[in-house]
Design a protein around this ligand. Structure first.
Ligand code: ZN
Length: 85
C-alpha cells in the first residue's frame, strides 16, 4: 500500500502508538454543545428533544500533564510532546 508522501518523507514526525505501533490518526478533541430539551407534555419536566447544537468554535485538544493526547486507528490514546500545526 502506498504511503502518504508526507509520512514517507518525514517518518518520525507523526507520533506512533506505543501500544500497536501505528501512526497517530489525530489528536483527541473536546467540543461543547447544547442538548436541546422540551417540556414533557404530561409532567412538564425537561425531556431531551434528541438533538444537540455543537459549538465547533469551542473545539480544544485534550491535554494530559500539558501534553496533547494522540489517538491511533485502533482507538488507543497516549500523550506525546508533538504539537500539530
Ligand atoms: Zn494503537
Amino acid at each position: 500500500m502506498a504511503q502518504n508522501p508526507s509520512e514517507s518523507e518525514h517518518p518520525d514526525l507523526i507520533p506512533r502508538c506505543p501500544e500497536c505501533g501505528e501512526p497517530a490518526r489525530g489528536t483527541l478533541e473536546e467540543v461543547q454543545g447544547v442538548a436541546l430539551v422540551i417540556p414533557d407534555p404530561e409532567t412538564g419536566k425537561p425531556h431531551y428533544a434528541g438533538e444537540t447544537d455543537i459549538d465547533w468554535d469551542s473545539q480544544q485538544t485534550v491535554r494530559r500533564e500539558g501534553k496533547p493526547v494522540w489517538v491511533c486507528a485502533c482507538g488507543h490514546d497516549w500523550t506525546a510532546d508533538v504539537i500539530a500545526e
